[in-house]
Design a binder for this molecule. Structure first.
Ligand code: 5GP
Length: 180
């Protein structure tokens, strides 16, 4: 069982460390089977997916080339401008490669939609999506998630890479913030 450190009084465990790790082991097995005999490029989307990505690649029993991308979709406050702001780009070409893009959470689907469009333009051999979390009730852009760890309700989650104003990313579990 995860124990909550005393400075995290306002945080409830929502998905335990054990549950996360067991699900990641299944996803790693699935990816290993799907790409048997091949190499893959795993692209972690920063910052939120760093922890998920680190644990996931340890469960993939194939040659993995790890890359990170920094990306955020942005707009005028009410509506998206239709642009993806790439704050950190790939170091290597993905042309002709099997790519698995790894997200922390797919909420409206906007970030992943823009990201996929951008990556498709770079001519990978295949392009799959993987996300730790998905909020189906918030979907505005239907992007297939090929490998999904957990579906969640419309609740704001923190921990295991996900932040609240820059805090709580270090938690080994996914939590719910109860407020001050
Ligand atoms: P989308 O473009 O799918 O609407 O948004 C995805 C991004 O919104 C995620 O990468 C994440 O940064 C943020 N986000 C959405 N829901 C949550 C949540 O419940 N908790 C946290 N910490 N971030 C969220």
């Amino acid at each position: 069982m995860s124990t909550i450190p005393s400075h995290l009084k306002n945080v409830d465990v929502f998905i335990s460390e054990e549950k996360i790790q067991s699900r990641i082991s299944q996803l790693g097995q699935e990816i290993t089977n799907d790409f048997a005999g091949e190499e893959i490029v795993v692209i972690g989307v920063l910052n939120g997916a760093f922890m998920f990505c680190a644990d996931l690649i340890r469960q993939i029993k194939l040659p993995v080339h790890l890359e990170f991308m920094g990306a955020s979709s942005y707009g005028d406050g009410t509506e998206s401008s239709g642009q993806l702001d790439i704050t950190l780009d790939l170091k290597k070409s993905i042309e002709g490669k099997n790519v698995v893009v790894v997200e922390d959470i797919v909420d409206t689907g906007l970030t992943l939609k823009y990201l996929l469009a951008d990556l498709k333009n770079r001519s990978p051999k295949s392009l799959k999506t993987c996300s730790l979390l998905h909020k189906p009730s918030k979907t505005q852009h239907h992007i297939p998630i090929n490998y999904l760890a957990f579906e969640v309700e419309d609740q704001f989650v923190i921990g295991y890479g996900l932040d609240l104003a820059g805090k709580y990313r270090e938690l080994p579990f996914i939590g719910l913030y109860r407020g001050e």
